[in-house]
Design a protein around this ligand. Structure first.
Ligand code: EPU
Length: 456
């Protein structure tokens, strides 16, 4: 039961009077127990919405999460003339029949809001022969360049001009298939190639592709639309361009990042959380690490139950592209590892700046040292770059309440778990970022028995 709202300045989580970028006042130190449902993956739903622009008929997308990234993409589709209807239950109906060129100012209003707009390039070039993409947003977890995207678009025959306020692209004579090798299996660049190649003239061979389950689900969406896409061993995707595509009807793959986050919340707080909608195959790698760290889980037809199986144990983890341990999982895992008996190492290889969030955990009593050198890994896919960093976590350390500011989506979620595991009261400020990727976040916290107020 929710025992909140004693503070006169607090408002009911999710209620009308809720502030726009609130602070959570969290009283921690008790296990989280209960059931949460995960819906469609943020990292698929938003891309499938962009794919609807490629169809000549209406698309229907199901299990769409109610998060602000979806709102940004919806709004950008709408300014391009796509009609989007929402049934309020996670089903979007996207009608691209009125798609038009948008006004620069309308597009620019989305600057800095999300990274998804970069994926509008191919569909808009096919539809209109030109595109303008505003400055990108998203979490500040590294440089996050878009060179792979732009190189791929040039290979398809697009002209790319970088402007102070964004990127202008044109392809008056259409786009043609290309042979592209990505220097690193980037998720976004792979999606860029897929969304562009399906309607390009001729065939495209993509080497060094990302093969995350969300990418496979995007391929499924595109195949439903009429695309011809095959994949081969060793990260090769082969796309035969077609003249036209139709709309799709698709249920999004579940959000395995959200599922892993709630699993780590159970581990960190010695709780017991059933994550409805979570599935085993897409989480195999996570589940292995969860078990090695002392977690236990039961796989059910409709979800996965997560809890501790005994004392928490230290682990050595290296983040990687699929099928490796996802970078998005390391932040909540690190919170749980502060309670493991011994020294854990988490080596972040995907982003340059995704361990900065640990400073605030140290403020809460954790013992985490971040090294600028990573572990030597003979088979790393990218040459040694400055981005390798390793967090060395020594536990167990009791956590205590603190005043912290949310740095990014996953880091912010991790602060909330840390505050819930900590003795005493914490203030977690700027939680709106968390709701960019975790739908009905406050409701779910209540469902697992978290004790918190939402204040302005
Ligand atoms: N990279 C480049 N050049 C490029 C593209 C990427 O150098 O043109 C580098 C990036 O800077 C990064 C690495 O390649 O160091 C991987 O980036 P990738 O393109 O794979 O990531 P992304 O597509 O921008 C998506 C998710 C991220 C998730 C990563 C890795 C979305 C909207 N975002 O980002 O999700 O961490 O893949 O799986 O799909 C999150 O959900 O919190 C999140 C950050």
């Amino acid at each position: 039961m929710n025992t909140l709202l004693s503070d006169a300045s607090a408002s009911r989580p999710g209620g009308d009077g809720e502030p726009t970028n609130p602070t959570l006042v969290i009283r921690g130190g008790r296990p989280l127990q209960g059931r949460v449902e995960v819906k469609g993956a943020k990292n698929l739903a938003t891309k499938a919405m962009v794919a609807a622009l490629l169809g000549e008929t209406v698309s229907v997308l199901r299990d769409v999460p109610d998060i602000s990234d979806v709102q940004v993409v919806r709004s950008l589709l709408e300014v391009h003339g796509v009609t989007v209807d929402d049934d309020g239950e996670g089903v979007l109906r996207l009608d691209p029949s009125g798609a038009v060129s948008a006004h620069m100012e309308e597009i620019d209003a989305h600057a800095g809001a999300s990274r998804i707009p970069i994926l509008f390039c191919g569909p808009l070039l096919h539809l209109l022969g030109q595109a303008f993409i505003p400055d990108l947003g998203g979490c500040r977890i590294g440089d996050r360049p878009i060179d792979f995207h732009l190189d791929a678009l040039r290979a398809f025959g697009a002209t790319v001009d970088k402007l102070p306020s964004g990127i202008r692209l044109s392809a008056p004579n259409g786009l043609h298939g290309a042979d592209i090798t990505l220097p690193y299996p980037s998720v976004g660049a792979t999606e860029q190639v897929l969304l562009t190649a399906v309607r390009a003239k001729g065939t495209t061979e993509l080497r060094g592709a990302a093969i995350e389950p969300e990418i496979m689900d995007l391929i499924a969406v595109l195949q439903k639309m009429g695309a011809i896409i095959s994949y081969e061993p060793n990260r090769v995707i082969f796309i035969e361009g077609v003249d036209s595509l139709r709309g799709y009807d698709h249920r999004c793959i579940f959000d395995r990042n959200e599922a892993a986050s709630w699993a780590c919340a159970a581990l960190a707080t010695d709780g017991d959380i059933f994550v409805g909608g979570a599935k085993q195959p897409e989480m195999l790698t996570f589940l292995n690490v969860f078990r090695k760290a002392g977690g236990d889980f039961d796989i059910a037809e409709d979800g996965i139950r997560f809890r501790r199986g005994g004392a928490l144990r230290p682990v050595m983890v290296e983040t990687d592209v699929h099928p490796g341990f996802m970078t998005d999982w390391q932040q909540p895992l690190i919170v749980a590892l502060t309670q493991a008996e011994g020294v854990s190492t988490v080596h972040e290889t995907v982003y340059e700046n995704r361990l900065g969030f640990t400073q605030a955990l140290n403020k809460m009593g954790a013992d985490i040292v971040v090294h600028s050198e990573g572990l030597a890994s003979p088979d790393r896919r990218v040459p040694r770059r400055a981005l390798e960093q390793a967090a060395v976590i020594t536990g167990p350390t009791p956590l205590h309440g603190a005043d912290v500011v949310v740095p990014d989506l996953r880091g912010g979620y991790s602060y909330v778990i840390a505050a819930l595991a900590a003795e005493g009261t914490s203030h977690v400020r700027g939680v709106e970022i968390i709701r960019r990727g975790y739908e009905k976040f406050f409701d779910k916290l209540i469902a697992v028995g978290a004790d918190f107020d939402v204040v302005a």
